[in-house]
Design a protein around this ligand. Structure first.
Ligand code: F7E
Length: 323
């Protein structure tokens, strides 16, 4: 029986799988007592530390909380495992945000030039992982994952914000999509493939650090265009800066607009990952390309939003008949 603990978004979710047993408990990563008691009870073989306030823009508004979950939370976990002599293998979720302003393509040898409190916190956790590895011989792998998306992505991250708004515009329940910087570039991959890479990292003989990316980079604007085009809505652009707008060609309606409130005080302009080391040592490579990712996310949101719409209508009709 393998036991694994996943520490996610500042909370501890862990499960023990074995036969018909399925045990699920929750706790707070920053509560050391809780952390120790979970580790003691579960005695995990593998720990996946995904815990963080992971929204980069929100980290400018909540820098202390963001630092406490991403950096201090990781330190508490490493130190709890050390104190307990637990011997578990740990996956530490790092981030391509750590590269910040460093020139592309970025790989394991690229210097970190952080552009947000979130990135600075992830860098602190990265260095702590390396130090605990060197000082105490602990088994900790740093996974430096570039943006990984899926229909399960949170609605405030740009890809999901785009596909969800597009679905709602198509169904006539939303007028427009309002975004910030259209010109930053990201290396977007498909999340399930990145989770496999995390698992592969913990199956190696020795702990190591890996960049996980597709090696393709697209701007936010290109994501918008690809999504709208896939949904059968051609866009034409007019204006510049905060006045830039995406006009739907067939209706002449303005469906994409820009607002300063979604801009960041400092931006990461260009991320493009070089996952050569993961290819060579883990045998990992991405399979889903940009167009397929966009299509999967648009399809899922169109399905979900139309179900919600029709479900609401059905609900309202039922409610009206009973009144
Ligand atoms: O922004 C721009 C925004 O919030 C992507 C997290 O999972 O990946 C993620 O960080 C880009 C940025 O992701 C909007 O300025 C424009 O340039 O989807 P995002 P992120 O900041 O790259 C890394 C790997 C992580 O580790 C993080 O935890 O899109 N952008 N307009 C916008 N972004 C948002 N959220 N909303 C907008 O309206």
């Amino acid at each position: 029986m393998r036991r694994s603990s996943t520490f996610n978004t500042g909370r501890i979710d862990h499960l023990i799988e074995g036969g018909h047993d399925f045990d699920f408990r929750r706790g707070d990563l920053n509560d050391t007592n809780c952390l120790v008691s979970v580790l003691n009870e579960v005695q995990p073989d593998e720990i996946y530390n995904l815990a963080a306030q992971s929204h980069v823009k929100v980290s400018f508004e909540t820098p202390v909380y963001s630092f406490e979950t991403a950096a201090v939370g990781a330190l508490k976990l490493f130190d709890a495992v050390r104190c307990l002599g637990a011997g578990a293998r740990i996956y530490q979720a790092c981030s391509s945000e750590m590269f910040g302003a460093a020139p592309a393509p970025q790989n394991e040898g690229t210097p970190f030039l952080p552009r947000s409190p979130y990135a600075a916190a992830k860098i602190a956790a990265y260095h702590l992982a390396v130090n605990y590895r060197d000082a105490y011989g602990m088994w900790i792998a740093n996974g430096i994952l570039f943006n990984h998306e899926s229909p399960r992505r949170g609605e405030t991250f740009v890809t999901r914000k785009i596909t969800r708004a597009l679905a709602r515009i198509k169904l006539g329940i939303q007028d427009r999509l309002v975004l910030g910087n259209l010109y930053s570039r990201r290396d977007w991959g498909y999340a399930p493939e990145y989770v496999r890479a995390m698992w592969l990292m913990l199956q190696q003989e020795a702990p190591n650090d890996f960049v996980i990316a597709t090696g393709q980079s697209h701007s936010v604007k290109e994501f918008v265009e690809a999504a709208f085009e896939y949904a059968g809505m051609r866009l034409e652009w007019e204006g510049e800066g905060l006045r830039e707008r995406g006009i739907e060609r067939s209706s002449g309606r303005s469906v994409v607009e820009v607002d300063a409130r979604y801009m960041r005080p400092t931006e990461v302009e260009f991320l493009l990952g070089d996952a050569g080391k993961a290819r060579r040592k883990l045998g990992w490579t991405h399979r889903t390309d940009f167009e397929e990712l966009v299509a999967k996310m648009v399809d899922a949101d169109v399905r979900r939003e139309s179900m919600l719409l029709h479900g609401t209508r059905a609900y309202n009709e039922q409610w009206r008949t009973h009144i």
